[in-house]
Design a protein around this ligand. Structure first.
Ligand code: AMP
Ligand code: MG
Length: 539
């Protein structure tokens, strides 16, 4: 008798509560359709011809209890390319709807994401695993269910970068090439190209979205809406609610208030690090307050609240950096509408939404005070300082990340002989030397003097203030052009750029002097190159 082969990933423990407890689609054939009265449809990943591992995240793997050896095994690449199911996996695609760019779009669903099941790790934490780009599902609508290498590199790197920045996010375990070709017209302008297919395995405690509740509500399926809500509270918010508490309209309203608070926290983090999601449709809003669905996102280089990386949104700029707080509110309002039939009172929902605005405002003020190294936010002085800083940062092209990082170098007590000496530590942050007129240097100098008086009033020891600032102002973020350079290499079969970036971005707040090149401002060539400053939804 041949020895039984042992696959390293079969040791994972799956507890597939989502499919066990929620109603599923009885149809198991894989064709595009509207799915009613069900939260998901069973569907298996499409096998691929030549899976090849590009990268894996050691930190994400560790949360599943997987070692480097496990991740480098043949079994790992086969499973996370969708060619084999590990013991206990029950793959399915979920059903949800959403508002896209402000308009109700009806059923969307996991069109190219296939959930493999939920791992329970050694600490009892649940991690749903999901392949993105693993083939058609009943929710693929007119598209192919696939993903290309460039967008998969972007999702993989950014998920892990955000995690290490301390921003709530879904995680990325692995990135594989499938060996299949995928056709994409990157800017929808009649230039279709053959690209390499790839799959990212994402992980999150739950992938449930605002749109998961909106779809049953839009269909008046209150039974399904209630089942999903009860499940979500009991499972995904198990730490939030004592299991002995009975669910009721009042608990639902309190739960919605909690979603509002988590969303406020999320958006404060985005504004802190200069992240622009790019497609804040309600189907891309996580019920847990995680950053989800990395598509045409971008990082602010020069500080410009009107900037959006998404060319699909170039005209209206609905999802521009400065609009993200308002859009989150709008999205939460849509979720409130969906929950209303179960709560039947507008007042608690309205209060919860007000709670979002308050939590965002307080969170933003605290965050800004932290970025500037203040002991605590003080309304009488700080509102003006923040507003004048925002205007300064926009009046000449200023790199947001470098500016805040270098601001820590300004000395609180030194006697600076003139404005030039005072502003010198910040000069690296400026893109266009000609913009640095004497008048501008004076304005910046004046602001810095006010800033120093504010620091003096605080009286924090210099070292402590710098440490505080450097713990919230990252040195390394996933600059748009850095991701693109890693993609260019990966497309030639060289994965070293992806892996090096992954490594650097694991310690975004550390100086890492030998990696300083990754903290440099955007080079001129990247100003207008596709993938660096302009992205589309085509991925
Ligand atoms: P997004 O805004 O990228 O999150 O996607 C919106 C909807 O389109 C979701 O339901 C996705 O699953 C679906 N979708 C996006 N790209 C594809 C694709 N290549 N194949 C199938 N469905 C897709
Ligand atoms: Mg999406």
């Amino acid at each position: 008798m041949p020895a039984k082969t042992t696959h390293p990933l079969d040791k994972l423990t799956f507890d597939n509560r989502f499919v066990r407890e929620l109603p599923g689609d009885p149809e198991t054939d894989n064709y595009r359709r509207q799915v009613y009265a069900a939260c998901y449809s069973y569907v298996t990943p499409t096998p691929v011809s030549q899976p090849r591992l590009v990268a894996y995240s050691r930190a994400a793997a560790a949360s599943l209890g997987l070692s480097d050896a496990d991740c480098l095994s043949e079994d790992f690449v086969q499973i996370f390319a969708g060619n084999r199911l590990a013991e206990g996996m029950m793959p399915y695609a979920t059903c949800y709807g959403g508002h896209q760019f402000g308009y109700w779009a009806g059923q969307l669903g996991d069109g190219r994401a296939i959930n493999l099941g939920e791992v329970v790790n050694g600490q009892g934490q649940r991690w749903a695993l999901q392949l993105k780009g693993a083939g058609l599902t009943p929710y693929s609508r007119s598209a192919d269910g696939l993903a290309v290498l460039r967008s998969s590199v972007r999702e993989f790197l950014c998920s892990e970068a955000m995690f290490h920045l301390g921003v709530p996010t879904t995680r990325a375990l692995s990135l594989v090439l499938t060996g299949e070709s995928v056709i994409r017209d990157m800017f929808y302008n009649g230039n279709p190209q053959v690209e390499q297919g790839a799959i990212v395995c994402r992980m999150a405690p739950s992938f449930t979205r605002f749109g998961s509740f909106q779809l049953p509500a839009s269909r008046d399926d209150l039974g399904l809406l209630k089942a999903l809500l009860d499940y979500t509270i009991r499972t995904d918010f198990a730490d939030w609610l004592d299991p002995s508490v009975e669910l009721s309209p009042s608990v639902y309203a309190q739960w919605f208030a909690e979603v509002c608070r988590r969303t406020a926290t999320l958006i404060v983090h985005w504004q802190r690090v200069g992240f622009v999601h790019g497609v804040m449709n309600t189907d891309n809003m996580s019920i847990l307050g995680l950053t989800i669905d990395y598509g045409p996102y971008g990082w602010l280089e020069n500080y410009d609240p009107d900037w959006t990386p998404n060319t699909t949104d170039a005209r209206e700029r609905r999802y521009r950096f400065g609009n993200q707080p308002q859009i989150a509110f709008w999205n939460l309002s849509q979720l409130a509408n969906a929950l209303y039939p179960l709560i039947k009172q507008a007042e608690p929902l309205k209060q919860a939404l007000d709670g979002y605005s308050q939590a965002f405002t307080v969170g933003w003020q605290t965050m800004m005070a932290d970025k500037l190294g203040f002991a605590a936010y003080q309304a009488d002085t700080d509102d003006d300082l923040f507003a004048d800083l925002s205007s300064l940062l926009q009046s000449v092209e200023t790199d947001m990340t470098i500016f805040y990082r270098k601001l820590a170098l300004i000395e609180t007590y030194r006697q600076y002989p003139d404005d030039n000496t005072l502003t010198a530590p910040l000069q690296d942050a400026f893109y266009v030397p000609e913009q640095l007129t004497a008048e501008y240097q004076k304005r910046l100098g004046d602001w810095l003097q006010r800033y120093r008086r504010r620091l003096q009033a605080d009286g924090l020891p210099e070292q402590q203030r710098r440490q505080k600032m450097n713990a919230v102002n990252p040195k390394y973020v996933l600059r748009n052009y850095l991701a693109q350079l890693a993609i260019d290499k990966a497309e030639q079969g060289d994965f070293s750029g992806v892996n090096e970036l992954l490594q650097v971005l694991r310690h975004p707040y550390d100086e890492q002097p030998d990696k300083a090149a990754f903290a440099a401002k955007r080079p001129d060539w990247a100003r207008s190159r596709a993938g660096c400053s302009m992205l589309s939804c085509s991925s």
